[in-house]
Design a protein around this ligand. Structure first.
Ligand code: BGC
Length: 399
């Protein structure tokens, strides 16, 4: 990076008053209320390419949409699972590389190996991201039973969550966005209420992928939507993410039992391998964490506004990703269950720790833990949530 850009970066950090957020390059993306707005009038209309992505095993057509910005950054989204299948971003030499795990066509998302390991690459997770203990909760005096698809627990919406259905897609070329809608029936996977969800992906000319969620229901229910992209900022040049430097703007995490259900304790990370308040290579202490990282971090800033949650830098390529969210938590998952049985785009075989996920969310098992920020959605209310993944490059010497 040239001196000028470095100075600009320092100035931006100063303006944002983000001195404690080491690794955070700049200001918080634009937001209006809790709903983030696409910077529609600031960028020219971009063409959104639509092509066939193949048929589902059940014979339904799926489509792939490509958003492109002025810098050549490209995001591909399938209407199957409202899934991000590819994100092309430049490295420090300007070379584009795909920084997410995924497949080039629909068949990859339904192959036997994929379904067996269930990694949820890039998918929209719903109606409840993460685990619900024993697959049940009581709401307004009534007990609801959900699918137990993860040992004795419910995970990521059940057997057929929002990741395994075809969403209705609407390209919004003026905003360089794609809006996807899914109506989940009352009783689907055991949840009460018909839930109408939308997820809008916007690609800005600041190399930001903005994800805005909204949902309404006709009966009281629980909602916790997230995106399950796995990132490898080396774009396949490195076979694991252990050298990526991670900063999390979180001083506490939700302690879990052996089935990954929170005990209710919020524990301070200080002096432990869980501490990413300052940039740390993901791999530097991973061996001290049984099973690897798979924890929900409690963001330090508890406001509902869009705020910095995480920064990741891959030193060799210089690629940097910052994450901003309106959510109170972020699940940091270091790809512990990837086992080399899946080969995806670019003929890359996804072994252990090939990618990491940073899932912005409410805390796991909130329906059974009333002390956590609520996930209840009532008729007449609108659930809103927004997350931004912003990409840029840093000089490797800075790391
Ligand atoms: C969970 C992991 C799980 C993975 C893939 C993550 O969100 O935290 O425990 O293995 O998703 O299913």
């Amino acid at each position: 990076m040239g001196l000028q850009k470095k100075l600009l970066l320092l100035a931006l950090v100063g303006i944002a008053g983000a001195t404690s957020l080491t690794g955070c390059s700049g200001d918080t993306p634009k937001q209006e209320g809790t709903e983030m707005t696409a910077t529609a009038n600031e960028q020219p209309t971009m063409e959104i390419k639509q092509e066939s992505f193949g048929k589902t095993k059940e014979g339904q057509e799926t489509n792939l949409y490509t958003l492109t910005n002025e810098h050549g950054m490209q995001v591909k989204i399938s209407d199957y699972g409202a899934t991000v299948t590819s994100i092309l971003v430049p490295d420090k030499e300007g070379k584009l590389g795909n920084v997410v795990l995924g497949f080039d066509d629909q068949s990859g998302y339904q192959s036997p190996a994929y379904l067996k390991s269930g990694p949820y690459f890039g998918a929209t997770i719903g109606r409840y991201g993460n685990r619900i203990a024993k697959g049940k909760f009581t709401l307004e005096g009534q007990e609801y039973k959900l699918a137990t698809n993860n040992g004795t627990n419910h995970l990521h919406g059940g057997n057929k969550g929002f990741d395994k259905v075809v969403w209705q897609a609407e390209p919004l070329p003026k905003q360089n966005a794609l809006k996807l809608t899914y109506v989940s029936a009352d009783g689907e996977e055991g949840y009460p209420g018909q839930l109408t969800s939308t997820v809008t992906y916007t690609l800005t000319n600041d190399n930001e992928l903005k994800i805005a969620y909204a949902a309404t229901t006709d009966k009281t229910t629980h909602v916790n939507l997230t995106n399950h992209s796995y990132f490898n900022l080396a774009a396949g040049e490195a076979k694991d993410i252990l050298n990526h430097n991670l900063t999390l703007n979180a001083e506490r995490y939700t302690v879990v039992d052996e089935t990954l259900i929170p005990t209710g304790e919020l524990r301070n990370v200080s002096g432990t391998p869980m501490d990413f308040t300052k940039p740390q290579p993901i791999g530097s202490r991973i061996k001290e964490v049984p099973g690897g990282y798979d924890h929900n971090y409690v963001l330090t800033d508890t406001s509902k506004k869009l705020k910095h949650a995480a920064t990741v830098v891959e030193p060799a390529s210089g690629r940097m990703m910052e994450v901003f969210t309106t959510e109170p938590g972020i699940q940091f998952y270091s790809g512990n269950f990837l086992d080399g049985t899946i080969t995806g785009s670019g003929n890359n075989t996804y072994g252990k720790h090939y990618g990491f996920a940073l899932e912005t969310q409410h805390f796991p098992d909130t329906p059974n833990q009333p002390q956590f920020p609520t996930t209840v959605l009532k008729p007449g209310e609108t659930y809103e949530s927004a997350t931004v993944y912003r990409f840029s490059v840093l000089d490797s010497k800075q790391e």
